[in-house]
Design a protein around this ligand. Sequence first.
Ligand SMILES: Cc1cc2nc3c(=O)[nH]c(=O)nc-3n(C[C@H](O)[C@H](O)[C@H](O)COP(=O)(O)OP(=O)(O)OC[C@H]3O[C@@H](n4cnc5c(N)ncnc54)[C@H](O)[C@@H]3O)c2cc1C
Length: 478
Amino acid sequence: MRINTDYLVVGAGASGLAFADALVAEADVEVTVVDRRSAPGGHWVDAYPFVRLHTPSAYYGVSSLALGEDRIDEVGENAGYYERARGEEVREHFAKAAERLTESGRVRVLTRHEHLGAGSDGEQIRDLSTGDLHDVAVRRKVVDARYLEGSIPATHAVPFQVAPGVLLVPINDLPAAARAGCSYAVLGSGKTAVDACMWLLDNDVQPDRIRWIRPRDAWFYDRRHFQPLEQVSAIMEGNALDAEAGAQAANVEDLFERLEASGRLVRIDPAWPARMYRGTMLSARELEALRQIADVVRLGRVRRIEADRIVLERGETPTGPDVLHVDCTALGLSDAPATPIFQPSRIVLQPVRHLSPCFNAAIVGFVEAHRDDDADKNRLCPPNPYASSIEDWPRMISRTWRTEGRWLNEPDLSAWVANSRLNLLRALPDHAAEPSVQTAVKRYLTHVRAAIERLKQLDGSSSSRGEESGAGGPGAGR
Ligand SMILES: Cc1cc2nc3c(=O)[nH]c(=O)nc-3n(C[C@H](O)[C@H](O)[C@H](O)COP(=O)(O)OP(=O)(O)OC[C@H]3O[C@@H](n4cnc5c(N)ncnc54)[C@H](O)[C@@H]3O)c2cc1C
């Protein structure tokens, strides 16, 4: 079979679908989306059973379709905050989004199809159900929506040796493998390990039965600052705290001390240095629960698990046959380096604004629809790689602000941003008269220009050189 299409999108995860959704809303084009997986949704298809968004559903997914009902949770760790979809709800959202795109008659979504690359007669895809090869003639661009494909527990290879008889499960199998009387060793530093610990605590496992093998300590945002709509002043307050700390920071360590002192960032153990920053967030109640786990092993990464001990980079810790080891060591977000998003015949989806994967893919779709020149498109959408450590924070934030500043000079783009469901600050204009919003906006504007300059200096990567300066307004174009 030969397929003719304007765009071939490789990857039907959040990025590929949010891009396709925004593009076809703005341009009369034909799009073909392919994914190896059996359903749309990317990594969510293989996520662990108790996964949820760590951000509100209100600004996640594709722009044209709501996710959830913008309810405020009344109970649990998220009480008082906007609902966060469960994995199943996220999968349903993307399945529905794919169905609606298909119904438009302009989008084809082919699951269980793998992109093999360029062949002699166009792009090649393989139907994984039949093994058949198909040529795809792409009139405009191939869209790489898998460049930042993450590594997740269900599909990654365990990166250490495990002796026969050791009980080790990926987090996906934790509910099925957990049993009364067992102890647990949770392996990993990131959000997945947090979720494993929270699941155990929520299921009445006593904290002293949990050992947390934590190679790095991490910083987390306080979830309070990511609440949209009626609580949007908190997002603006968070931005103001970033700007103030950024403007006044003597160095990266001082920057993080300031962010912690202001309540913007938290770490599980304030007495222990934290250098990991992945942009995830916790509520105060989650933080309180996690702090009950006192048995934390900080001896680096696991090298091997033997019958009676876990051997780590800098030492060892005992284990035993009644310990269930929970593997949460998959990298999660990819550390792939930045590359231009708009290239000849190719678009490589990457972050632009920090912490907004769906928004970022959608804005690239909008810019592709409304701008002709790749240099101009790249000026409006410079890549801003995922952060991994505290050293990445100055670049990530200052690049976001500088990029948003450019959007302000583009009325059509600003209007799209202001109206997009995926824009976490979209309710800001409706709440502009509230004293808390006015205070936060004033504080942000007082510091943002100095913060951009200071953060550029703190950004050791020098990757920001050669970019235009220009601060965003209050949540510029958001
Ligand atoms: C557990 C978890 C929770 C998260 N929670 C949040 C959250 O609450 N809020 C938030 O903003 N972000 C969150 N994130 C960040 C997350 O990375 C994004 O939200 C988003 O889902 C990533 O989607 P993606 O499309 O970029 O990548 P993926 O979901 O990895 O999709 C890439 C797709 O490309 C396909 N693919 C790769 N190669 C090929 C090929 N050659 N041919 C065909 N198909 C191919 C893969 O099969 C895959 O389905 C979370 C991430 C994880 C891992």
